[in-house]
Design a binder for this molecule. Structure first.
Ligand code: ZN
Length: 382
């Protein structure tokens, strides 16, 4: 990096001195941040650290969208708010806090719910969007709007002690629908309220998202485009899984890319093999297949402690974060039914295996929890 892009005679606040002095960052990167506009959707567990660090870093404009009020159950992880804020509009309290952190940042606060109808208008005119939402309709609406305006989407999600981060909708990169073509059925993925989350987990994931935003805006480092970072904070196991752009992705096909694809950046050889569809079958349907003459291999992608707690007899344990290293022991021509706790990790695993050229993949909808409820009550629920 050079500082050649810095405006002549630029004068910066002393608050940015420690990052301007960084080799590979400098005045040019700081200038890019100061002239950037970032949309953050969700002012909760992920949005709190992301917004605070981006404001402190000197992002010129932060647009914040949320429609909730501060609840006491938010306070262990949503550090934008304090005890006196309980009952206040989140967006109002958040904007106040961000302006305190850095009065030089223009904070635009929208108290509203993002939807497929208003997403395009919100995304337009921003350089990067940060997905700090906690529901699938908003996530898909953001993905589609970012694709149609060529705006990169920094994705993050958390559950219990685990987190995921990626960058979608970047020029030539995959989108969220390339990884998860359709939203899971309502009620099949538990919420934070249902299964809990350790407060520091969204803190760390939100800061990783802020890091990706800064890298994209400042044009430094290598953003997680085409890669999904999986974190297990109980063990500090980390995995980066390659995600290819699906040639059959309905959302990518209709997008307007910000930049034209170069000849060398078309779909990778692995992406060209990713036409195989993943079937989503109920636990009852999978049980019937397992009892047939040509049963699939039941692949359990949960953690070992979960397997020890409850598993389906005859299943093979390959925890999700070990899948890339275990793939050589699997047969791409074999049919696999992939199982996890509630059906989300297994969907990710099945989609990823499809991208690697596996020909027959089934996601067990609802996971082992549905198995226990509908097939075999002797399998413990947890
Ligand atoms: Zn896509």
């Amino acid at each position: 990096m050079t500082d050649s892009a810095a405006p002549a005679g630029a004068v910066f606040d002393a608050r940015y001195a420690r990052q301007i002095v960084l080799k590979g960052f400098g005045a040019s990167a700081q200038s890019r941040l100061l002239t950037s506009r970032v949309l953050i959707v969700g002012a909760g567990g992920l949005g709190s650290p992301a917004a605070m660090y981006l404001a402190a870093a000197g992002v010129g404009q932060i647009t914040l969208v949320d429609h909730d009020v501060v609840d006491e159950t938010n306070l262990h992880r949503q550090l934008l708010y304090g005890t006196p804020d309980i009952g206040r509009s989140k967006i109002e309290a958040a904007a106040e806090r961000l302006r305190t952190i850095n009065p030089g940042v223009q904070v635009i606060a929208h108290e509203m719910k993002l939807s497929a109808q208003n997403a395009e208008a919100l995304v337009r005119d921003h350089n990067v969007v940060l997905d700090a939402t906690d529901n699938f309709p908003t996530r898909y609406a953001l993905n589609d709007a970012c694709l149609s305006h060529g705006v990169p989407l920094v994705y993050g999600s958390v559950a219990r002690f685990e987190g995921q981060v990626s960058v979608f909708a970047a020029p030539d990169g995959p989108c969220y629908r390339c990884l998860f073509p359709e939203a899971p059925a309502p009620g099949t993925v538990p919420t934070c309220a249902e299964e809990g989350v350790l407060g520091v987990v969204p803190g760390i994931v939100g800061m990783l998202q802020a890091t990706e935003v800064i890298k994209l805006l400042a044009q430094i480092g290598t953003p997680l485009i085409g890669e999904l970072l999986l974190l297990d904070l109980l063990t500090h196991d980390q995995q980066r899984i390659t995600i290819s752009r699906r040639p059959d992705c309905a959302a990518c096909r209709t997008q307007v890319r910000a930049r034209n694809s170069s000849a060398s950046s078309g779909p990778s050889p692995s992406a060209s093999r990713s036409m195989n569809d993943v079937q989503h079958l109920s636990a009852i349907e999978v049980a019937a297949l397992l009892a047939s003459d040509t049963p699939p291999v039941l692949l359990d992608v949960r953690e070992p402690w979960e397997f020890d707690t409850a598993h389906v007899a005859g299943s093979t344990l390959v925890p999700l974060n070990t899948l890339p290293s275990a793939i050589s022991a699997l047969n791409p021509q074999q049919s696999y039914a992939v199982l996890c706790h509630h059906g989300m990790r297994s969907e990710m695993a099945a989609n990823w295996l499809a991208q690697q050229g596996f020909v027959s993949l089934i996601n067990v909808a609802g996971g082992i929890d549905a198995w226990s409820r509908t097939v075999d009550p002797s399998v413990p629920r947890y």
